[in-house]
Design a protein around this ligand. Sequence first.
Ligand code: NAD
Ligand code: DAU
Length: 363
Amino acid sequence: MSERSILITGGAGFIGSHVVRRFVTKYPQYRIVNLDALTYAGNLENLRDIEDAPNYSFVKADICDAEAVAKVFKENAIDGVIHLAAESHVDRSITDPLSFVRTNVFGTVTLLNAAKDAWKDRMGSAPLPGRGGGGEVRFYHVSTDEVYGSLHDDSLFLETTPYDPQSPYSASKASSDHFVRAYGNTYKLPFVLSNCSNNYGSHHFPEKLIPLMINNIRNNKPLPVYGKGENVRDWLWVEDHAAAIDVIFHTGKNGETYNIGGHNEWKNIDLVHLLCSIMDKKLGRIEGESAKLITYVTDRAGHDLRYAIDASKIERELGWKPSITFEVGLERTVDWYLANTEWLDHVTSGAYQEYYTDHYAQR
Ligand code: NAD
Ligand code: DAU
C-alpha cells in the first residue's frame, strides 16, 4: 500500500481513538495526524499506547480555526481526512445547541474549505459519484443514524431514508452531512460518508448510557433510566465501527453513503438489566442486587423512540460485517472499565461532576 498522510479529527475521543489506533498500527507506511481540541470528551490518555509511534503526531487545535487547520494541511501534505470531531451528546445539545452548531456545522465547513483549498489541483481527476475508486484525495465524513429521525414501526434505516433529524445534535449532524455532499457536487471534492448506529466499548465517555451505567453500578449510585426505558438503540462494538471506517476509507465508492450497524436492537431497560446482571457476577454481588439501583427519571425532551440500521449495502458491496456478538463485546467492555477504574475516576472528576449533578438533579 502506498504512503499517505491522513488527518483524523477528534482522534482523542471515544471512536476517534479507536480509529487512530487502528490506522497507526495497521498502516505503518501512513502518517497519521490527530487533530483534536481536547474538549471535556477528548483525552490523550486514550492513546498512550501508540503516542510514541513514529508515524503518529498530535495537534491540539479547534476545527473552527481556519488558520490552524490550513497550517496542518500544508505542513503535513494531507491527502486524506477522516472527520470525527464533533459535539456528540444529545442531552448536551438540548441545553446548549449553539455549541453543536459551532463545532458540527461551522467546524465541518471550515475543514471542508481547508480540504478544497489544499486539494484544488487534485480534485478534477476525482471519479464521479458512484463510479468507484477513491481518487488521490478523499474526505471521509463520519456521521450518525440519528439524521434519519425516529422509527415508530419495525422498519430499518436505509441509505435512501429521508433525513428527519429530531434533536439539536442530529440537526447539526444532518446539516454537516448536507455540506459534505454539497462540496462534492459543487467543488467536486471527493468524499465518502457513513451513518452509524450507537457504539459501545472501551474509552466511552461516561455521560453515555452504557459507561454511565457501568460506573454507577460500580459506585452503587442510582441508574437513571429515561421515561419508561422503552426506547430502542442498535448497538455496535466500537472496534467494528473502526474496521468499517477503514474499509470505507479504502474501498468505498466516491460520493457514496454507507450505513453501519450491528443488527443488535435493545430496549434501554433490557440493556440496563443485562448490565446489572453482568456486573453482579463480576463484582461478586447477589444476582438482582445492582438492579435495585434502577431509577426511572424524567424522559429526554423529544426522545427518539427507536433507531435500527439496515447495513446490507456495506456488507454486500464492501464485505464488512460485525466481528463479534453483543454478549462478547459487552463482557469485554465491562472488563475494560473494571480494569481501568483510574481512567473512569479521572474523566469523571472536575467539570463532569457539575454536569452530572445539574443534569440529573433536574430529572
Ligand atoms: P466524542 O464526544 O467521544 O469525541 C469527540 C472528539 O472531538 C473529542 O476528542 C473532542 O475533544 C473533539 N472535538 C470536539 N469539538 C472539537 C473541535 N471544535 N475541534 C476539534 N476537536 C473537537 O465523540 P464520539 O462518540 O467518539 O463520536 C465521534 C464521531 O462519530 C462524531 O462525529 C459522532 O457524531 C459520530 N458518531 C458517534 C456515534 C456514537 O455512538 N458515539 C455513532 C455514530 C456516529
Ligand atoms: O445513534 C448514534 C448516536 O448514539 C450517536 O450519534 C451519538 O453521538 C451517541 O451519543 C448516541 O446517542 P444516544 O442518544 O442514542 O446515546 P445515549 O448513550 O445518550 O443514550 C442511549 C439511550 O439511553 C437513549 O435512548 C437515552 C437513554 N439514556 C441515556 C442516558 C445518558 C437513559 O435512559 N439514561 C441516561 O442516563
